[in-house]
Design a binder for this molecule. Structure first.
Ligand code: ADP
Ligand code: MG
Length: 356
């Protein structure tokens, strides 16, 4: 059993920064779990506190049935891969991989066998005699993984392990990591600030902000049903449009536009209620001519994203009645603002975008 359970876990650094704020989280046995959030939200602190590299100021950490809150790192049966890999530059690949086994006083012969076997699994066999400085970034990353794997820990903790790789290598390493985790079946906590990486890799994701968990769910859940505007704004390749709206019977009024109430909102809102309406740029349609009832605004920027374009519109609010030359028609809804103006983005297929 190697589930990880955190109860009211708190970390206050000397100087008073509350990096973890009474955080509750359960990670299941064998799960590939992503911790996602902006820089400074406490991801590394949480990982280091699970590893025992930071002492919790309050609360508890259990790994399986064991309360490890006050155990030193070496007694927790976890392995951590650091963002910068932290390989020993003066040691060979073989010595780096075997290092944790040496600490555990495994004999020389078994260490060499185990290192060779792990290197083989990660495609590093030809590189055992090299030093880290003689390896590419991707190879260094695999050595760091191999070092973590060599002692068969119950838990893998990976702190932004792909962030130092260039874009193409990162995609390769991502696929590799996912396959490796599936094969090993080891409970893995993976830290990233990259929402696409979290969506692509994880069985479940915890979205963090300010030392707290804002939502836990599968990639589909956090993408389709964000629990709050923070998660809505953080998940997605382009940020979700978030606009003020008011419920009016079967419709939503957004500025001067009237949009059908989304099906899944029915029964969850009351007539006259003011709310924030969120809709992804992918789910809006764009029309170059005004459509009655739809949200109308001025095109300000067109960004070419390859197969699609991202069109940004300035949408006037209720009381600014200026002329409009473009429309965003919602299948799922749209966006506006009670007062001033608001910015709305629409993803438009190739060929359908306005002339820049
Ligand atoms: P993340 O990994 O999400 O970027 P961190 O866990 O590194 O976030 O940091 C969370 C907060 O704790 C930040 O405000 C950071 O400045 C602070 N912090 C991190 N490490 C220390 C430390 N050793 N001493 C004091 N404050 C720290
Ligand atoms: Mg960090």
């Amino acid at each position: 059993m190697s589930a990880i359970t955190m109860r009211e876990l708190t970390k206050v650094y000397p100087g008073g920064v509350r990096a973890l704020d009474a955080l509750d989280l359960e990670i299941a046995d064998g799960e590939f779990f992503a911790l996602l959030g902006p820089s400074g939200c406490g991801k590394t602190t949480l990982l280091r506190t699970i590893a025992g590299l930071e002492i919790a100021s309050g609360g508890s950490v259990h790994i399986g049935e064991r309360n490890v809150t006050n155990l030193p790192p070496g007694k927790r049966d976890v392995a951590m891969v650091f963002q910068d890999y932290a390989l020993f530059p003066h040691m060979t690949v073989q010595e780096n991989i075997a290092y944790p086994l040496r600490i555990k006083k495994v004999d020389r012969r078994s260490r060499a066998d185990k290192a060779a076997e792990t290197a083989d699994e990660l495609g590093l066999s030809g590189l055992l005699a090299r030093r880290p400085g003689q390896l590419s970034g991707g190879q260094q990353q695999r050595v760091a993984l191999a070092r973590a794997m060599a002692c068969h820990p119950q838990v893998f903790l990976l702190d932004e392990p792909l962030s130092n790789l260039d874009a193409r290598l990162r995609l390769e390493a991502r696929t590799f990591l996912k396959r490796l985790q599936r094969e090993l079946g080891v409970t893995t906590v993976f830290v990233t600030h990259d929402q696409a990486e979290a969506l692509a890799l994880a069985d479940r994701i915890a979205v963090m902000e300010g030392g707290r968990i804002r939502q836990v769910g599968t990639p589909t859940e956090v993408f389709r049903r964000p629990a709050n505007t923070f998660v809505a704004g953080f998940i997605g390749s382009t940020p979700m449009n978030l606009v003020d709206a008011q419920v009016d019977g079967d419709e939503l009024t957004v500025g001067r536009a009237r949009l059908p109430l989304p099906d899944d909102a029915r029964g969850q809102v009351t007539d006259g209620e003011r709310l924030v309406y969120g809709v992804r740029p992918e789910y809006l349609d764009y029309s170059p001519t005004p459509v009655p009832g739809a949200l109308t605004g001025q095109v300000v920027v067109v960004e070419n994203l390859g197969s699609v374009s991202l069109v940004s519109l300035d949408v006037p609010g209720d009381d600014t009645a200026d002329a409009a030359d473009a429309d965003a028609t919602g299948d799922g809804g749209t966006a506006g603002d009670g007062g001033g103006r608001t910015s709305v983005q629409v993803v438009v297929a190739e060929g359908g975008e306005p002339e820049p």
